[in-house]
Design a protein around this ligand. Structure first.
Ligand SMILES: Cc1cc2nc3c(=O)[nH]c(=O)nc-3n(C[C@H](O)[C@H](O)[C@H](O)COP(=O)(O)OP(=O)(O)OC[C@H]3O[C@@H](n4cnc5c(N)ncnc54)[C@H](O)[C@@H]3O)c2cc1C
Length: 524
C-alpha cells in the first residue's frame, strides 16, 4: 500500500507521464519530490514536440487539433495548470479565450488537381456508401475484430469528399483498424457534421510544446517533481507478492552510465509502452530524413521485454511490425518573408489560424498544410512565419517531383507544394523546410483484437501501470492527447485507490443510431 514516503517512477516523459505526475500530486497528495520522471530523450514532452529558432529553422513532428466537446480529462487537468503567458488564467482559460477570437472555418478544405477549391458542403455519399457506413458504425467491436476499414466500405467510399476530409483530419488509411474507425465515428460524432469547415477544432495559442508541455512542466517543477532526461530504462526487476507482479527495481542508462534504482515497499512504477514517434528522424533543405527502424533501446523495447511470456501485458508486435502500414511524413517550414503566407491567404480565403487544413486531394502524396496563427513558437520573431504540413503517402512518387516523398529533401517538398498551388518557387526564396519521417506514426491504428493492448493497470499487478497510446481505454480514441491523459488519470486513480471519478467520455453518440441516421439523410 502507498504510504506518505511512497515514491513514484514514471518511465517516459511524454504528456501521459507528465499528466500522471500532476494527478499524483494534485489528487493523490503525493509530494512532488517523491516523483521522478525518467525520459530517454533530451527534453520532456515526447511526441508533443516543437523546437528550434528562426536561424536554424523550427520543427514540430505534429500540429495538433483539439476539441472542447471531447478532451474531458485534458481540460480537467489544464484547468489546474497556470498559463505562463497570461498570469491569472489557467491554460484551459487561455486556450478557450484564444479560440473565441480565432475560430476555425476552412474555406479551402480540399483543393483538386485543377487547383480548384472543391465544394464540400456535400460529402459525396451514394446511398450505398451511407448504408455501409451506418452498418459499420452500428457493429459491435467484437464483431469487427481485427478487420480493416476496407473490409466494410467499398472502393467508391474512399473517393468521397467525406473520406478525404475525415482521413486527412485524423490520419486514417483504408487499411487501418475498423474498430478504431468506428470509435472515431462515435467519439467525434459532432465533427461529422462540421468536418468540411473544421469548425469544432480548437487550437492551442502556440505549438503544443510551448502551450501545453512547458506550462505543465513548470508546474511540476514548482511542486518539486524530478524531471530526469537522457535516462533510458532498459529493464525492470520484479517478483511476485501475494500472487501479484510487483516491480522492485529499475535498470537504466543515465547519461551513458548504467544505474539501478531500488524500489521500496509502496513505491509505484508507470511505464510508457511504445511511442508513435519512435525512430522518427529529421532531414534538412538538402537532405531527406534518414530511414531509421526501431532503436535498440527505443520506446518499444521495454514493453517487448515485459510482455514476453506475459499475455496480460499486451502484444507490441501487433502495432510495430509493419512500417509500410504505419508511416507517414511531415514537414515544418520557416519563412523570413511574407510572400507565401500572403499568396496562400489570398488563395484559401482564410487568414492564418482560421483555415484548419488545406488538403491537395489529388496529390500523389495526399499532402495537406496548416497555417497556424502567428507567432507559433514562443521565441518566434515578428518577421518570421512558420507552417506545418504532411503527406499520408510518402512512398509514392510526387506529381511535380519525380521521387517518393520519403526520399525528398525540404527543398523538393517545397517544389511539390508550389506545384500543387501553382505558386512560383520564388515565394519560398527565404524558406527553410525541415522534413520529418515517422515510421510508427499510425501504429496505434493497426488492426487489433481484445488483449493486444493491456489495460492501464493489468490484472495481477501490484504497483505497476502502463500509460500510453497502446493501452485499452473503453470508448476513447487513440492518436489524441486526450487518450494519454485519460490513461494517466485511470492508472493513478486505480493504483492509489482514490475515491474520485475520471471524467467520463461524453456521450455525443447518445441514441447514436437515430442521430447518425438523421445526419446521413441530411448530408448529401
Ligand atoms: C504528427 C502528429 C500529429 C498529431 N496530431 C494530433 C492531433 O491533431 N490531436 C491530438 O490530440 N493528438 C495528436 N497527436 C498525438 C499526440 O501528440 C500523442 O497522442 C501524445 O503526445 C502521446 O503522448 P504519450 O505521452 O502517450 O507518448 P509519447 O509522447 O510518445 O511519449 C513517450 C515517451 O516515453 C519515452 N520512453 C519510452 N520508453 C522509454 C524508456 N524505456 N525509458 C525512458 N523513456 C522512454 C519516449 O522517449 C517518449 O518521449 C499527434 C502526434 C503527432 C506525432
Amino acid at each position: 500500500m502507498m504510504s506518505s514516503t511512497s515514491k513514484a517512477y514514471l518511465v517516459g516523459g511524454g504528456i501521459g507521464s507528465l499528466a500522471a505526475a500532476a494527478f499524483l500530486v494534485r489528487d493523490g497528495g503525493m509530494p512532488g519530490s517523491n516523483i521522478s520522471i525518467l525520459e530517454a530523450g533530451p527534453i520532456m514532452g515526447g511526441s508533443l514536440d516543437g523546437s528550434g529558432d528562426a536561424e536554424r529553422g523550427y520543427s514540430m513532428r505534429g500540429g495538433r487539433m483539439l476539441t472542447t466537446d471531447n478532451y474531458e480529462c485534458t481540460w480537467e487537468l489544464f484547468k489546474s495548470i497556470p498559463s505562463l503567458a497570461k498570469p491569472g488564467l489557467t491554460v484551459f482559460e487561455e486556450t478557450l479565450a484564444f479560440n473565441e477570437v480565432h475560430v476555425s472555418h476552412a474555406r479551402a478544405r480540399l483543393v483538386d488537381a485543377r487547383r480548384a477549391k472543391v465544394p464540400v458542403a456535400s460529402m459525396g455519399f451514394s446511398m450505398h456508401d451511407r448504408l455501409e457506413l451506418l452498418k459499420l458504425s452500428s457493429a459491435d467491436e467484437s464483431t469487427l475484430g481485427t478487420t480493416r476499414i476496407t473490409d466494410h466500405l467499398s472502393p467508391a467510399f474512399f473517393e468521397t469528399e467525406f473520406w478525404f476530409m475525415w482521413a486527412t483530419t485524423f490520419a486514417f488509411q483504408p487499411w487501418h483498424s475498423a474498430v478504431e474507425f468506428r470509435r472515431y465515428l462515435h467519439r467525434f460524432m459532432l465533427e461529422f457534421s462540421r468536418i468540411e469547415t473544421l469548425a469544432g477544432v480548437k487550437r492551442t495559442v502556440l505549438n503544443q510544446y510551448d502551450s501545453l508541455v512547458v506550462p505543465l512542466q513548470r508546474w511540476l517543477e514548482s511542486q518539486g517533481v524530478r524531471l530526469i532526461t537522457d535516462c533510458t530504462v532498459t529493464d525492470l526487476d520484479h517478483h511476485t507478492v501475494d500472487g501479484r507482479f510487483a516491480v522492485t527495481g529499475l535498470h537504466c542508462t543515465l547519461k551513458g552510465r548504467s544505474e539501478t534504482m531500488l524500489l521500496g515497499d509502496g513505491d509505484l512504477v508507470f511505464v510508457q509502452n511504445g511511442s508513435m514517434t519512435d525512430a522518427s528522424s529529421l532531414g534538412s533543405m538538402s537532405e531527406a530524413p534518414a530511414k531509421r527502424t526501431r532503436a535498440p533501446n527505443g520506446a518499444w523495447t521495454l514493453w517487448e521485454k515485459l510482455a514476453d511470456g506475459r499475455p496480460s501485458f499486451g502484444r507490441p508486435a501487433v502495432f510495430n511490425s509493419c512500417v509500410a502500414q504505419s508511416n507517414w511524413a511531415s514537414f515544418t517550414v520557416t519563412l523570413k518573408d511574407t510572400a507565401f503566407f500572403d499568396q496562400m491567404q489570398r488563395f484559401s480565403g482564410n487568414e492564418a489560424g482560421t483555415g484548419g487544413l488545406d488538403t491537395f486531394k489529388d496529390s500523389n502524396w495526399l499532402m495537406s498544410i496548416v497555417l497556424a496563427h502567428q507567432p507559433h513558437f514562443a521565441n518566434q520573431p515578428a518577421d518570421v512565419q512558420v507552417f506545418w504540413g504532411y503527406g499520408l503517402f510518402p512512398d509514392r512518387v510526387g506529381n511535380f517531383v519525380a521521387k517518393p516523398m520519403a526520399d525528398c529533401s525540404g527543398a523538393e517538398i517545397l517544389q511539390e507544394l508550389c506545384g500543387h498551388l501553382r505558386f512560383d518557387l520564388d515565394v519560398m526564396a527565404s524558406a527553410n523546410c525541415i522534413p520529418c519521417r515517422m515510421p510508427y506514426i499510425t501504429s496505434m491504428f493497426m488492426p487489433r483484437a481484445p488483449g493486444d493492448r493491456p489495460p492501464p493497470v493489468p490484472p495481477g499487478t501490484r504497483n505497476f501501470a502502463f500509460i500510453s497510446q497502446f493501452v485499452e481505454v473503453p470508448l476513447d480514441t487513440v492518436f489524441t492527447v486526450e487518450f494519454s491523459v485519460r490513461a494517466a488519470q485511470i492508472a493513478v486513480y486505480e493504483l492509489l485507490g482514490l475515491d474520485r471519478k475520471v471524467p467520463p467520455v461524453t456521450p455525443h453518440d447518445h441514441s447514436f443510431h437515430a442521430r447518425f441516421e438523421a445526419l446521413l439523410k441530411a448530408i448529401k
